[in-house]
Design a protein around this ligand. Structure first.
Ligand code: ACO
Length: 336
């Protein structure tokens, strides 16, 4: 059976670094509160880069790292909840800039699990033989959907993009994606959400009244979160996913060299490590420097881990995420 192998990684983050002390000038918070509750010290907040800009830069880096021609790519999937346009998709915008004529390109929304969902989706096309080379991007300019007056959310996030290039494994080669799991629970959709546009046309009640009736206010398109509920969901589901993924891959916990989790909160990662009986030192963390970059976090972390030499050939690596929806997912890889 064909397997999907990651042959290149890339990432990009805006150069505008915002420290916890900087955020404390906007809302009533402190470096002590943010660091101790989340592990975050600073994040990148775009002052000019669009979602497409960041996705393009990460994609370019991944293609260079894979050492392929952009024309070899026949599928582009972009995971994002903050595209520049409702249409065209961010994937098509990137395709246009890369000049990858003819490739299939579309966006996918699984919130902070988007990178894992996109990776698994692309791998299905590769494993069936429909496509041979895919570009997967996770990107969010999450700063544009933050309520910068809400200290319970605006301190947590940052902007950025991560990308991988995927290829089919050689015949008989056991490298690449060993197994994957995707899951969701729509009954919990209200614990983490960002509203889109309400119905508004000449045939419904006047727009302003309609929006009020539906509970929308002028800050409707911003992230609202029940922090403690999200925390509990994350610890429970990510722990269960890691255990299930290890079982499905026919491995033991001690066989896993590195876990690259969605980077939301160091306390979540530490609780998951304890639940899974895996040393927290095996969980790669860079959220101190980026905060929670939503769809981008796993792609950025994977690129940094790879470039830092934290991943060696043959290592068994787990990518695991959770996010709005609620969604969650995991992939077990034989790193090549
Ligand atoms: N600075 C100072 N005080 C704050 C801040 C802040 N930035 N935010 C909230 N507080 C206050 C609250 O008002 C509250 O004050 P009170 O006791 O006077 O009422 C107090 O701190 C405690 O608030 P809690 O919400 O109970 O704080 P908690 O310990 O739960 O930590 C946090 C909040 C960090 C958000 C935590 O719930 C969490 O990590 N949740 C997980 C959610 C997460 O990581 N989300 C990221 C996005 S989800 C995703 O990526 C898919």
């Amino acid at each position: 059976m064909r397997r999907t192998v990651i042959i290149g990684t890339g990432s990009y983050a805006p150069d505008n670094i915002i420290s916890n002390d900087d955020i404390a000038k906007l809302v009533d918070t402190s470096d002590e509160w943010i660091s101790s509750r989340t592990g975050i010290k600073e994040r990148r907040i775009s002052s000019k880069d669009t979602t497409t800009d960041m996705a393009y830069e990460a994609a370019k880096a991944a293609i260079k790292n894979a050492d392929i021609n952009p024309e070899d790519i026949d599928l582009i999937i972009c995971a994002t909840i903050t595209p520049d346009y409702f249409m065209p998709s961010a994937a098509c915008m990137v395709q246009g800039r890369l000049k990858v004529d003819g490739a299939a390109a579309f966006d996918l929304n699984a919130a902070c699990t988007g990178f894992v969902y996109a990776l698994v989706t692309a791998s299905q096309f590769i494993e069936t033989g429909m496509y041979n080379k895919a570009l997967v991007i996770g990107v969010d300019a999450i700063s544009k959907i933050l309520d910068w007056e809400d200290r319970s959310t605006c301190v947590l996030f940052g902007d950025g993009a991560g990308a991988v290039v995927l290829s089919a494994s050689e015949a008989g080669d056991n490298k690449g994606i060993i197994t994957s799991i995707l899951s969701s629970d729509g009954s919990k959709h209200s614990i983490l959400q960002c509203e889109a546009l309400p119905i508004s046309n000449p045939y419904v009640v006047p727009a302003a009244q309609s929006m009020q009736d539906m509970g929308f206010n002028k800050k409707s398109s911003v992230i609202r979160m029940e922090g403690q509920e999200v925390f509990k969901y994350a610890v429970r589901n990510v722990s269960a996913l890691i255990k299930e993924a290890i079982l499905r891959a026919d491995l033991r916990a001690e066989d896993i060299s590195c876990i690259i989790s969605h980077q939301a909160n160091s306390r979540i990662i530490e609780a998951v490590a304890k639940n899974c009986n895996i040393p927290s030192s095996k969980f790669f963390m860079n959220l101190d420097r980026y905060g929670n970059t939503s769809s981008a976090s796993i792609g950025i972390a994977l690129d940094e881990a790879s470039r830092a030499g934290s991943l060696s050939k043959g290592d068994k690596v787990i990518l695991v995420g959770f996010g709005g929806g609620m969604t969650s997912g995991a992939v077990v890889l034989d790193w090549s």
